[in-house]
Design a protein around this ligand. Sequence first.
Ligand code: ADP
Ligand code: MG
Length: 253
Amino acid sequence: MLLQASNIKKSYGNKFNRTEVLKGIDLSLGKGEFVSIMGASGSGKTTLLNVLSSIDKVTSGHIYIDGFDFTTLKDKKLADFRKTDLGFIFQEYNLLDTLTIKENIMLPLSIRSMSKKEAEDQFNTISQQLGISELADKYPSQISGGQAQRTSAARAFIHQPKIIFADEPTGALDSKSASDLLKKLQQLNENLNTSVLMVTHDATAASFSNRVVFLKDGLVYTSLTRGDMSQDDYYSEILDTQRVLGGVLDESK
Ligand SMILES: Nc1ncnc2c1ncn2[C@@H]1O[C@H](COP(=O)(O)OP(=O)(O)O)[C@@H](O)[C@H]1O
Ligand SMILES: [Mg+2]
C-alpha cells in the first residue's frame, strides 16, 4: 500500500469542550488508485484529508506513506516531504494572482534542483495534457473557473508527486467544467500512475474514482469499489449508498 492510515483520531477544542471528529479511521490507498471520500456535511471529510495529507496533525494514530510514518516528523522535515511527495488541489483553486499561469504551475519545481530545460519540458507536457498551454502568459483573473482548476491540477502534478489530494475540486465549477476536470484527473491518474485521494459531496464526481469510502459519525461506514461496473451503474450504487447513509448532504459550498 502506498498510503496506510490506522486508527486515526482527531478532536478539536480544549479539555472542557472537546469534539471528536475522527474516531478511529482505517484507510489505505494503493499505488495508482483513485479513491473518493464521501459523507454528509460536517462528517469530517476535510479533516480526514487534511491529516492524511500532513496539513493538519492527528490526535492519535499513524499514517504511513511508502512504509514511512510521517506523523512523527518535525515541521521542517514535514514541509519538505509535503513539497516533494504530495500535490494539492483545493476547491478555490488557490492560484497566486500576481503570477502568470505558467509561473503558478511551475512553483513546485522551484524547490527541485532541475535544469531550466527540464522544467520547461515538464511544464509543456503537463499543460498540454490539461489543455491549457495557450494560457501560459495569462493571469488568474483572465481565465475561467474551469481553466483555473485545470491550472491548479497542472501545478499539483508537475513535480510528479506520489499522491494528489483534492478537496471538493469540482465544488465551484459548472457541470461541464467539472466533468472536463474529472476526465483529465482520471487520465493523469491512469497515465502517470499517480494516486489520487479526492473529497467530494457529488456522486457524479465520485463515479470517476475506483473506490468510494463513506464516512459517518467519525468512522468509515462502508465503501464501494467500481470493479467491472459501468460508470452509470457505479454512479447509481453511489447514490443508493448516499441515501442509506442519510444526513444532510453537502450543498455546493
Ligand atoms: N479547526 C477546527 N476547529 C474546530 N472544529 C472544527 C475545525 N475544523 C472542523 N471542525 C469541525 O469538525 C467537523 C467536521 O468538519 P469537516 O472536516 O470540515 O467536515 P466536512 O468536510 O465533511 O464537511 C465539523 O463539525 C466542524 O465544525
Ligand atoms: Mg469539507
